[in-house]
Design a protein around this ligand. Structure first.
Ligand SMILES: [Zn+2]
Length: 136
């Protein structure tokens, strides 16, 4: 929802559909990496939590990309808003868990990054592919 709002602000300010698209990409597409982790878990088990698109380190790159495509800050705002909300609301074992480097230094071990009780949270990760569709 925040991404849509940011995109609308960009659109009304610049009358560009590009801003809405960029805000949606920055705000929603980042969660596509959960599908990556889901596929990894199906193949190798649930020991790792990589989430390759969730990383504060990407912000400088997102700013450059935003300027490159003329998104007027919407890509940056969508991405930053998404990560900020994840940072605030998602259960994690460290405030640094949304840094890719922090996760890499812990070998992406889910038991040192994610929720204290993974069985209670992220149950969708254990769903079958058909069950995953129901979660979406
Ligand atoms: Zn997220």
């Amino acid at each position: 929802m925040a991404s849509i709002g940011l995109g609308v602000l960009g659109w009304t300010g610049g009358r560009r559909w590009r801003a809405i698209g960029a805000a949606l990409i920055g705000g929603f597409l980042i969660d596509a990496d959960h599908l990556f982790d889901y596929a990894l878990a199906r193949r190798y088990g649930h020991a790792r939590m990589i989430l390759p698109l969730h990383g504060w380190e990407y912000l400088p790159l997102i700013i450059l990309l935003d300027r490159q495509i003329g998104a007027r800050g919407a890509l940056f705002a969508g991405f930053a808003c998404h990560l900020t909300l994840d940072q605030i609301w998602n259960e994690k074992r460290s405030p640094l868990a949304y840094f890719l480097l922090y996760r890499a230094l812990r070998n992406f071990r889910a038991d040192s990054l994610g929720p204290e009780d993974p069985a209670r949270r992220h149950r969708w990760r254990h769903a079958s592919p058909a069950g995953l569709v129901r979660w979406m």
